[in-house]
Design a protein around this ligand. Structure first.
Ligand SMILES: NC(=O)c1ccc[n+]([C@@H]2O[C@H](COP(=O)([O-])OP(=O)(O)OC[C@H]3O[C@@H](n4cnc5c(N)ncnc54)[C@H](OP(=O)(O)O)[C@@H]3O)[C@@H](O)[C@H]2O)c1
Length: 289
């Protein structure tokens, strides 16, 4: 299948590589062209260039403003009968407004924000929260199944975004909760790797500890936890998006609000581009007497 990828950041690059590895003809575009060129796939200079090369265009971009910028160029071309698969983590209304614009141009849009990070994206093991019309989802399904270990069609466009924000909330606040938990047992002087092993075997340890435990232990031991797969600035973006959505729904998210304040402080101390795994260690350092 001929696929266009708009945005080859960490996730877009991994997904493009995965689909190219499954035999698809993948053409890529990225605002910072060097990142697109590094993939060794055909590159176009402008988002609209993807339209000539592809039947299906996938986007996974930072936020609503990036979507606005990129789609204003994509939708300036002839998009009739194309299918767009939008995978960014944004508010439901962003996807709904975009779907309306896409439909008005004679094309279709499915949203499918994902759980899982760069490793699962490369292996086709994401969890997709799909929103859209049944016929459009059916068209996207063969590709979604190659990107994801599980795809749940949770409702019309916007439903996927709502689910993605919901599943990310406990994970995002976990990074703060875990720093606080460790502050209670830090005086015991237990080796960080052993601590991760203990927590991961209890109800106090979520799934992410199995994957990121070694990186968290490295950060606690004052070592380099490795490259960032999901950085602190991305967490702050997601928390702000959750809070905006909650305000629109008339709901309160006090724990989310406080976690954002703590992570804003970490970013103020230079951790914005660091991996989430550094947050518990950073909290412990901030508490040191
Ligand atoms: N990383 C993860 O583990 C993960 C997991 C699930 C979901 N997500 C979500 O997936 C999305 C992408 O995340 P990521 O980690 O891949 O981020 P990233 O590495 O920072 O990539 C962001 C992408 O958006 C592009 N972009 C940003 N602003 C733009 C603008 N104004 N105009 C055009 N392009 C713009 C970037 O282009 P440049 O390269 O030019 O900056 C890049 O291609 C986010 O919504 C994130 O929440 C991430």
């Amino acid at each position: 299948m001929k696929i266009g990828m708009a945005g080859t950041g960490r996730m877009g690059a991994a997904i493009a590589q995965r689909l190219a590895g499954r035999g698809h003809q993948v053409t890529v575009w990225n605002r910072t062209a060097d990142k697109a060129r590094a993939l060794g796939l055909p590159v176009v200079e402008d988002p609209a260039g993807l339209l000539e090369a592809s039947e299906i265009i996938i986007s996974i971009l930072t936020d609503a403003s990036a979507i606005e910028t990129v789609y204003s160029k994509l939708l300036s071309g002839d998009v009739r009968r194309k299918l767009f698969i939008e995978m960014s983590t944004v508010r439901p209304e962003t996807e709904r407004k975009l779907a309306d614009k896409v439909r008005a141009k004679g094309a279709a849009l499915v949203e499918c924000p994902v759980g899982g990070t760069v490793g699962p994206a490369k292996e086709g093991k994401l969890f997709g929260f799909a929103g859209g019309e049944a016929a459009d989802i059916a068209r996207a399904r063969p590709l979604l199944d190659q990107m994801c270990r599980r795809v749940e069609h949770v409702g019309p466009v916007g439903a996927g975004a709502a689910m993605k924000l919901a599943i990310n909330l406990p994970l995002m606040v976990f990074w703060q909760a875990f720093g606080e938990a460790l502050s209670l047992c830090e005086p015991l002087g237990i080796d960080p790797a052993r601590l991760m092993d203990i927590f991961a075997d209890t109800s106090g340890g979520p799934n992410v500890l199995k994957v990121r435990g070694p990186a968290i232990a490295a950060a606690l031991a004052g070592k380099d936890p490795g490259g960032a797969t999901f950085n602190v600035d991305s967490i702050r973006k997601d928390l702000r998006t959750m809070l905006e959505e909650a305000r629109a729904l008339g709901r309160e998210l006090p724990v989310t609000q406080r976690a954002l304040e703590c992570f804003d402080r970490a970013a103020g101390n230079g951790l914005g581009a660091a991996d989430a795994a550094t947050l518990p260690a950073s909290w412990l350092r901030s508490q040191a007497k």
